[in-house]
Design a binder for this molecule. Sequence first.
Ligand SMILES: [Cu+2]
Length: 183
Amino acid sequence: MMNFTKLAVISALFGMAMSGLGVSNALADGMHKSIMVENAWTRARGATAKVAGAFMTLHNTAKEDDRFISASSSIADRVEIHTTKMTDGVMKMIQVKEGVIVKAGKHVEFKPGSYHVMFLGLKGKLAEGTTFPVTLTFEKSGNIEVTVAVKSAGAMGNMSHGKDMMKQDAMKKHDSMEMKKKQ
Ligand SMILES: [Cu+2]
């Protein structure tokens, strides 16, 4: 039979495992929330940078679908949901105005070359090793506070193969394109 000490050890281990995975505040702060945000990160940016894209995995632990509809953060004037599409052999970034559905019991990955949370009009630099907050708004789950970790400027996430390397280049091009547009 399992005694209290064993249970405490198990829950402590569970907590450690979860923090090791980079599970954000969403889980710790609100167990009632059915959306869980995992491993939110972005790349370091200098003081003159105007845009940044953040990546993360959205899990829907509920029995009904939910929709990621918008985001906001004190670090940028505007936050948009973007995706990347290949059109006539050219990678283009598109704002996803209708939001992103996260199906019941499923997850959606925001990653380089695909969905990302786009910060436009950065108010300052993003230093490697720091974190910043972003609020994700869901149709059913409401607002979820997420902590984004700033990785190195060349961070690739979990990608390693050639196809994704290509997407990564496209992402960088998109970033500089956005910057030109803003100037
Ligand atoms: Cu973008």
